[in-house]
Design a binder for this molecule. Sequence first.
Ligand SMILES: C[S@@+](CC[C@H](N)C(=O)[O-])C[C@H]1O[C@@H](n2cnc3c(N)ncnc32)[C@H](O)[C@@H]1O
Length: 282
Amino acid sequence: MSQDQAAQHPLARAVKEPPADWSPQGIDTTVPSIARVYDAILGGKDNFPVDRAVAEELMRLAPRGRQSALYNRALLGRGVRLMAQQGIRQFIDLGSGLPTASNTHQMAQSVAPDARVVYVDNDPIVLAHGRALLAENDHTTVVTADFREPEQVLDHPDLTALIDFDQPVALLLFAVVHHIEDDEDPQGILAAYRDRLASGSHLFLTHFVTHGEETAELEKVMLADLGRGRFRTLAEITTFFDGFDLLEPGVVYNPLWRPEEPVADPLTLTERLVAGGLGRKP
Ligand SMILES: C[S@@+](CC[C@H](N)C(=O)[O-])C[C@H]1O[C@@H](n2cnc3c(N)ncnc32)[C@H](O)[C@@H]1O
């Protein structure tokens, strides 16, 4: 067989081009991961059959679930651009998820090229994919850590290399606090972050909203398949802003947070699935 023929052999191609379900080292592809299930819901490619099965189950219960995830990403974009326009130059994105279409650093740096962004996620796949995306961006990094350990996150050398805690910081917690149970003290965790932030810092947080029977099954599947998932009321979500001045319009369903286009009334369940708000530390 000539060299050319060898290169054309199907087996040679299989070695050169990893199969579609190739996974980076250290990633368990037999257990669904929150980051990869969310990626599958968004229509991304960084997921495996086990993740897609959970995504499909969730979308069976909430057929427009992808739209809800897109509202969440759209709000992230509005919030990050707004804070950058208002002069914030440091962003900590907790539970950042896998890179997708418009990421925090791209939105912040589109307004302020010198904006610094630290992504934090406890799923190592986020680091694996983030590294490639950020190879040439000196102002952005990815830290693998559990945000329930505020000290470990805030004192991480890769984070302190970029973040100056004497200056205002934007703390982003998009669609992640609902993965924390009540007995894990989400309020206490948030207070630990708040206490380290300078005056003028901001907290932007979004969270699944309970609608009783309408969302009970969805919550059950998240608990069963991902091990975590706690839907909360708007009042409960508002308590996460303790110590911050909640800015207009308060904690509202995602599409209603300072919309750039008119929003049809009444909202559908998809539109009421996630709510968010922005607070400023006095
Ligand atoms: C639903 S995704 C949200 C991604 C992104 N923030 C967004 O809103 O588009 C939740 C992310 O939080 C991460 N996560 C869950 N629990 C975490 C924890 N204890 N510490 C750090 N990250 C966590 C998951 O790995 C996942 O990437």
